[in-house]
Design a protein around this ligand. Structure first.
Ligand SMILES: C[S@@+](CC[C@H](N)C(=O)[O-])C[C@H]1O[C@@H](n2cnc3c(N)ncnc32)[C@H](O)[C@@H]1O
Length: 300
């Protein structure tokens, strides 16, 4: 298959998962683009996808498109305003462009709250009218051996199969044994990650706390608010030295980024957490692409 057009590219997880050449990446975040350029050797285009013109996208020879649009319109934290949320505009703006430019494959990721949304209804209607076969499902990396829950909606639409549409929103069962969390941790965690005991006591039972020594530990999804919101933005770790946050590099490891992937040296930890929390679970992307028959089997 030909090159990939990576839209809402962030850190570039979709390109890493898919492999092969990337025709172009597009994202309006300067911090994401700086990190992307450092690791991928080419800079994303800093376009606003809510206003991109058809001719701008038609200029790329890219039969495969990946879209990771913002999830806030479909989350409780983001007030679930669906298509009324301005952050949903870019996805909705792209629908007629997809239908006219007709890439061979269009794939997308979002939060489970996208499933009942009107935006998904419009996405499906546009793709079906343009002759695509849809493969939709929820998938969590914890079912693929990753010690992290990050249940997400995935769509792979193909223009070349004529197959019936498939949507599966049941909870999948674990397919492989979970790898130990300990193997994803920094050997020398930075002292700034540790929390004062009083803060930990203040959490009571509301924080999700996992133990480094627990071979079955599974962390909860890290969101872009990790480090900013004390609760429901990701797990904390208890190790021999105390209770701490996971480092942004540990979050990337849990998302399946390669070991050499790095943030710009001067980038603050809060920005790193935000970018990592916005990104994709690479093993889950590989699995859905393999299942839809547009890439090889997922790496183990
Ligand atoms: C959920 S994140 C996707 C992250 C990406 N998949 C990754 O590997 O890190 C959404 C991304 O869309 C970008 N974005 C949001 N609205 C945009 C717009 N209107 N135009 C371009 N990029 C946008 C954000 O900057 C953010 O990086």
């Amino acid at each position: 298959m030909g090159p990939l057009l990576e839209l809402f590219s962030g850190l570039g997880a979709a390109g890493l998962a898919w492999g092969g050449p990337v025709a172009a990446a597009v994202d309006q975040s300067a911090a994401a683009n700086e990190t992307y350029a450092l690791n991928h050797g080419h800079a994303p285009l800093a376009w606003n996808l809510a206003a991109v013109r058809e001719a701008q996208l038609a200029a790329f020879v890219a039969p495969r498109w990946w879209l990771s649009p913002p999830c806030q319109p479909y989350t409780v934290r983001g007030a679930s305003r669906d298509r009324e949320d301005p952050r949903a505009r870019a996805l909705l703006h792209l629908l007629p462009l997809v239908a006219r430019l007709r890439p061979e494959v269009v794939a997308m990721e979002n939060v489970p709250g996208f499933v009942p949304s009107q935006s998904r209804g419009e996405l499906r209607a546009a793709l079906i009218a343009a002759g695509y076969s849809l493969h939709e499902r929820l998938l969590c990396p914890s079912t693929l051996g990753v010690p992290m829950r990050r249940q997400r909606y995935y769509l792979v639409a193909r223009s070349d199969t004529g197959e019936p549409h498939r949507s599966d929103f049941s909870t999948p069962l674990a397919r492989s044994p979970t790898r130990a969390l300990a193997g994803h941790l920094d050997p020398h965690p930075a002292s700034v990650l540790f929390l004062p005991e009083a803060t930990v006591r203040g959490f009571g039972y509301s924080a999700d706390l996992v133990d480094e020594a627990d071979p079955d530990a599974i962390v909860n999804c890290f969101t872009s608010a990790y480090g900013r919101s004390p609760l429901r933005a990701g797990s904390y770790l208890r190790d021999r030295a105390g209770v701490r946050r996971f480092s942004p590099e540990e979050v990337l490891r849990l998302l399946g980024f390669p070991e050499g992937y790095r943030f710009p040296e001067a980038m603050p930890t809060a920005t790193r957490w935000e970018l990592a929390g916005n990104s994709l679970a690479i093993p889950a992307v590989r699995a859905i692409l393999a299942e839809a028959g547009v890439a090889g089997p997922p790496e183990t």
